[in-house]
Ligand binder design. Structure first.
Ligand code: NAD
Length: 263
């Protein structure tokens, strides 16, 4: 690298074995970044073994050791860290009075909230060494309002958003920007049974002004934007990537498209 040449940028992506995380990993590497892919599922990372531009770390994002390992891998293998995409997460449903409901809440809070906090804690010193950087947490429209039988996930995804706001303030002076995206329904392994359900997938789509579920790549583009120089003045915010779902008060679109306004 000559004195004027830009270094190759490096990102850590969690939950990179599937869905939105995999789409983000693909987008960054297509655009010339090196990446550390983190996932709890070894199978999800299996195809990355021989890639010169990707290092794989198998482990749980709720573990401080795994987050430290991901950042150390970025520094050792690629020499720096510029961004972290803290995307691993999942939900859970059911009545709050069901057996084990609070254990389930603890699990969902652990992966989504503790996982994101541990990721920020591990990434920040390495971003500081690079002179600044950006972090994106994958929250959800479920963190902006409630959904039926989704209270644990609603709580966890809302907590992620305020975690981002608070820490964005703490790190702003070091030019470490921290933002969240709030995806709406996106076609991934997590939602496959909903999308493929004979009526549910289409019914949800009728609440989305753009009239369809998102593809993971559309979430990845928003994530990439928030870590790019184009977003240099954006921190502590949550970007809804939901086809207008959160703008809609809840009225179903007519089946064939926008048509006449109801009532
Ligand atoms: P996905 O199931 O396709 O991918 C999630 C990945 O995270 C999987 O590879 C899984 O193995 C990994 N993972 C789960 N727990 C982990 C842990 N503890 N440590 C490390 N890796 C772990 O799901 P997705 O839809 O791509 O979800 C990605 C993120 O997007 C999640 O945070 C989810 O809550 C959020 N989200 C998804 C949707 C949607 O409609 N798909 C909507 C809003 C938000």
């Amino acid at each position: 690298m000559s004195a004027t040449e830009e270094p190759t940028r490096v990102v850590v992506v969690t939950g990179a074995g599937s869905g939105i995380g995999r789409a983000a990993l693909d987008l960054y590497t297509e655009r010339g970044w090196n990446a550390v892919a983190v996932d709890i599922s070894p199978a999800g990372l299996g195809d990355l073994a021989d890639r010169p531009d990707v290092a794989a770390v198998v482990g749980d994002v709720a573990s401080e050791r795994v987050n430290a390992q991901a950042v150390a891998t970025a520094l050792e293998r690629f020499g720096r860290l510029d961004a972290a995409v803290l995307n691993a997460g999942y939900g859970g449903g059911g009545p709050i009075e069901a057996p084990g409901a609070l254990d389930r809440l603890a699990e969902v809070l652990t992966v989504n909230v503790l996982g994101a906090a541990a990721g920020i804690r591990a990434a920040a010193p390495a971003l500081r060494q690079s002179g600044g950087g950006a972090i994106v947490v994958t929250s959800s429209v479920s963190g902006l309002r409630g959904d039926p039988s989704t209270w644990a996930y609603n709580a966890a995804k809302a907590a992620q958003i305020n975690l981002v706001r608070g820490l964005a303030i703490d790190y702003a002076a070091e030019d470490i920007r921290i933002n969240a995206i709030a995806p709406g329904g996106t076609v991934t392994a997590m939602t496959r049974s909903q999308v493929e359900h004979p009526t549910f997938g289409a019914t949800i789509a009728r609440r989305i002004p753009l009239g369809r579920w998102a593809q993971p790549r559309e979430q990845a583009e928003a994530i990439f934007f928030l870590t790019s120089p184009a977003a240099s003045y954006i921190t502590g915010t949550v970007l809804s990537v939901d086809g207008g779902l959160s703008a809609n008060g809840g009225i179903l679109l007519p089946p064939a498209g926008p048509g006449e306004p109801p009532g």
